[in-house]
Design a protein around this ligand. Structure first.
Ligand SMILES: [Fe+2]
Length: 335
């Protein structure tokens, strides 16, 4: 992370998340270092004459975040994940008025359909927009170890494959992605850190209960989801902002790893903390105790965090809690 260039500010558009909230008033940290604008506030701010309900984003089980960093006079944009389906990704991106040609890189956190299902649509739409704008092909950053298929096993023993499958590397390349396969950590566009393997250190963060991967026509245990990466950005004078899409390595392991590498305080952590579901909700109390010790300025639990964990985090960290909502915009900057 030594090579990571600090950014003046970072804005995030939440294209897909599990929740939407039309009515609640906006929230920000007391020091103003992290702010968010709800979707309806965006419509009001741009002077829309009506509240056109079909024009609002739809939430879905999945995640897709567009990160745009200001580095000096330049803007750099990275898309983290694409949610569960192409049609939803394209519809929400259009409703949010996203300039697709501005997206320099697409990073997939891990091979689960709620993050990769929308990838073909996002890659094709961004590639087409960049071509029309005379820009270089979009950089598509994937982990080199892609399972043939993934599934979850229910307590009853039934194995449910996760669909749709992530398209092949060849197919994604054909759709216009300039493919980069890796397993080690690296930096994109000077300012986006893409992690490598996340060390599993806490005693209670034990991966995804019941996860399976297909190998040699057999469903093998795969609770580690070993290829998952996080993305981090250093904000000048503010600290590090961590984006952890599903946190199968454990959100505490993720944050500690990022803080250790960055050597700066945790400004904020956003994404799916995966604390919802059988065998996972028991981790909520330990997780919150350890997150409190990390003293983030803001915490934005979304996607797979689960309502019990979200409620508990909001209660334990009321001044830091900011909702992660489909259609909302966020700004992270030094206070
Ligand atoms: Fe997920």
């Amino acid at each position: 992370m030594d090579r990571l260039v600090e950014v003046e500010s970072l804005s995030v558009i939440n294209i897909i998340d599990n929740d939407t909230d039309f009515l609640s008033t906006a929230a920000s940290t007391k020091d103003g270092s992290v702010t968010y604008q709800s979707e309806v506030a965006q419509h009001v701010a741009r002077g829309d004459a009506t509240l056109y309900f079909p024009g609002f984003c739809c939430a879905a089980h999945g995640l897709s975040l567009l990160l745009t960093a200001v580095v000096g006079e330049q803007k750099r944009a990275l898309l983290l994940d694409a949610g569960p389906c192409p049609q939803l990704w394209k519809a929400n991106a259009k409703k949010l008025g996203i300039d697709l040609a501005s997206v320099d890189s697409i990073v997939l956190s891990h091979y689960h359909a709620d993050h990769s299902g929308g990838l073909p649509g996002a890659v094709a739409a961004i590639a087409e927009a960049r071509k029309a704008a005379g820009k270089a092909p979009v950089h598509l950053d994937l982990h080199e170890s892609k399972p043939a298929s993934r599934a979850v096993q229910l307590p009853s023993g039934t194995v449910l494959p996760l669909q749709p499958e992530t398209p092949s590397f060849e197919e994604l390349q054909r759709l216009g992605g300039d493919m980069m396969l890796s397993r080690e950590s690296h930096v994109l566009s000077e300012c986006f850190f893409v992690s490598g393997h996340i060390p599993r250190k806490t005693r209670y963060e034990k991966g995804l209960v019941g996860s399976k991967r297909l190998e040699d026509n057999d469903w093998r245990d795969d609770c580690d989801i070993d290829e998952e990466r996080y993305v981090a950005v250093k904000v000048k004078g503010g600290g590090i902002v961590v984006f952890s899409a599903c946190s199968h390595a454990g959100i505490v392991n993720v944050c500690r790893h990022a803080i250790d590498l960055a050597g700066v305080p945790l400004l904020a952590v956003m994404g799916g903390f995966h604390l919802g579901g059988a065998g996972l909700e028991e981790r909520v109390d330990d997780t919150i105790q350890d997150l409190l010790k990390l003293q983030p300025q803001a915490i934005l639990p979304g996607h797979c965090t689960g309502w019990r964990a979200k409620a508990a985090i909001a209660q334990a960290m009321p001044d830091q809690y900011i909702p992660a909502l489909a259609g909302a915009r966020y700004v992270f900057a030094a206070s």
